[in-house]
Design a protein around this ligand. Structure first.
Ligand code: PGA
Length: 248
């Protein structure tokens, strides 16, 4: 089964020379890697244009780490989803727990970002999962409900969920495969209640949080994730390539 493997490079490439080294090493690692899986990279938004150009003639898809909920206007410092789309990027991460935490983004903000991304034709990867102090089931339910209630059945085919418990991000700790599977099933059941079983079975649900080559097969096979969102391990192109190779 084809998986979606997304690297979220976060704010970790603080100089142009680091960016250039990364692109060079990534191309080197992936040039002979034959895979049926979809590989995507989400660099810092300021480097998105460069990455889009660098990877034009490769199968690697580009995505942004966030977008704003308007297309243009007086919104200093924000990035228009239209700009992201016009650069050639095909996806955007929205509602990452780091944005929920540090930028105080609400479920309503995130739903607006999903709406505008779908409108311009880029695929939103909607991160859900609880922040440290919340009840997990309840917060994931609320995060998914606002999406299933506000978007059509057709929209469900053009968006992706990513279950990412905040405590697992960057910590080296992961939930058990059973726990991941339970949350994936919870998301599917919420989608099913609103849009039907077929749509729920087909909606893509990724897992993110300390994914490495050693656990990716378990996450995708035993926990039935449709792919992974990788932070730290994607910062090393060779580790990233190992993860993709593990998926066969
Ligand atoms: P991590 O990050 O792989 O470093 O845990 C995942 C994410 O934040 O998307």
């Amino acid at each position: 089964m084809q998986k979606l493997v997304v690297g979220n490079l976060k704010m970790n490439m603080e100089s142009v020379s680091q960016r250039d080294t990364y692109c060079k090493e990534f191309k080197e690692e992936f040039k002979d890697l034959k895979t049926d899986h979809v590989v995507a990279l989400c660099p810092p938004n300021i480097y998105l244009e460069h990455f889009c150009k660098e990877f034009t003639h490769t199968p690697v898809i580009m995505g942004a780490q966030d977008c704003f909920w308007e297309l243009y206007g007086s919104y200093t410092g924000n990035t228009s989803p239209k700009t992201i789309q016009s650069l050639g990027a095909e996806m955007v991460i929205v509602g990452h727990s780091e944005r929920r935490k540090y930028n105080h983004e609400t479920n309503e903000d995130i739903a607006q970002k999903v709406a505008i991304s779908l409108r311009v034709g880029i695929m939103p990867i909607i991160c859900v999962g609880y922040l440290d102090t919340e009840d997990e089931m309840e917060s994931v339910r609320a995060q998914v409900n606002i999406i299933v209630d506000n978007f059509t059945t057709d929209d469900m085919e053009n968006l992706v969920f990513a279950y990412e418990p905040m405590w697992a991000i960057g910590s080296g700790k992961t939930p058990t495969t059973d726990e991941i599977h339970t949350m994936i099933m919870l998301i599917r059941s919420i989608v099913s209640a609103r849009h039907g079983k077929d749509v729920a079975e087909n909606v893509a649900i990724l897992y993110g949080g300390s994914v490495v080559a050693e656990n990716v097969t378990e996450v995708c096979t035993n926990a039935y994730a449709d792919g992974v969102l990788i932070g730290r391990a994607s910062l090393s192109p060779s580790n990233f390539a190992r993860i993709v190779r593990m998926l066969g």
